[in-house]
Design a protein around this ligand. Sequence first.
Ligand code: UD1
Ligand code: MG
Length: 455
Amino acid sequence: MKSSRAAAPAAAPVAVVILAAGAGTRMKSRLPKVLHPLAGWPMVRHVIENASALRPAPRLVGVVAPGAERVAAAFTPHAVVVQEKPLGTGHAARAALPALAGHRGPVLVVFGDAPLITTATLRRLVTACTRANAAVGVLGFVAADPTPYGRLIQRDGDLEKIVESRDASPAEKQVALCNSGVMCISGALLPELLGAIGNRNAKREFYLTDVVAIARAAGHRTIAVTGDEAEFQGINARAELAAAERALQQRLRAAALDAGVGMQDPESVWLAADTKLAPDVSIGPCVRFGPGVSVGAGSEIKAFCDIEGVRIGRDTIIGPFARIRPDSVVADRVHIGNFVELKATRIGRGAKANHLAYLGDSDIGEASNIGAGTIAVNYDGYGKHRTIIGRDAFVGSNSSLVAPIRIGNGANVTAGSVITEDVPAGALAFGRARQVTKQGRAGELRARLKARAGK
Ligand code: UD1
Ligand code: MG
């Protein structure tokens, strides 16, 4: 990272504009397109994070549609402007001008629905523009099927213009080099270039792509920088979203393996963009990580676990078949076994819940043992309540702990108990009916049942 930044001559600060005001109708969804999840994040967050890594200054600006509050919220803490009507990419970029007032360095314009573009590729474009002193630089790629894309028309090694597919002549349609949509435009020229865009074209839209020809006509240099099609896959429909998910998962798995994470069957492990796995973590097959998970060194996540929003310590074993829900913390050397569900729960060092338990809104102290079938009864139909268990406590199998409730250090809850009152430290609690045993009466009962059944 350091070396590429050092290589950029007189690296002027880059501002970033992310266009996300399009309708996204082809998703056929109530959820705005750029909020559809991808590797655990809303799609647009990938674009925001990858562009933020360039340390945009003075700012990163999101362009959103009127009333798109949730899209706007996804940009927090960055600036957001509203494009009042969806009149095209050039019109959308213009909406960002007031937010960029005074910025004279490069302005990177990217689309909110192209989440696979890496920081390195964005940086490569900015660096190339700076070196060539270009007014406009465009990231292009050779598309397997160029049909839907604008074409980059080159002349003498520079970029002459971009023509949208619908407006292209038969000869221009033969050009395989396509517009990714990512552009780097001189901030000093931006108001002038955007101001000159008209809408005399097939779609009657203001095309951002017109800035290339406009800049050339004004005597400025414009260039194309090429990249890999896989990075420029835009998302318009569900099938493309699924393809992007596959591509992103491949990247995340490869990075994890590279960092020393063991995976028996990487193809079946689903990671989130922010999953943090220490070296020597080992992951079994069919494990899904939702957002907000970190796992410490030496821990093992066995097959078929679904894990989200949890900090897991070192040398801990999770699963198989465990489910961990958000706001949980699992310390070192813990065992969470099969069919155990945690939600907003802290598990202390060395504690064990090995089979069939629901621990919601709970605090389990160090080295405590939670028996099979234990339920933290956290919900009364109106509110959630906490179960607090001290260290070295023992909860027998098939116990219900009716929250709010406290079980003290070293306490012992006998199996099958329904615990409704706090159990002090060191106490032994029975919360079940006393057993009645009738000597020799088993045969009598059987005879009675047999007669009743007519056998
Ligand atoms: C655009 C490019 C095309 C390129 C293709 C790459 C233009 C004119 N065309 O076409 O050359 O090959 O992307 O995928 O730029 N948006 C707004 N406001 C609008 C219109 C669009 O914010 O009024 C946003 C959309 O949310 C989206 C992005 O701009 O994030 C691109 O818009 P889209 O309609 O998908 O452009 P394309 O027709 O695909
Ligand atoms: Mg598009």
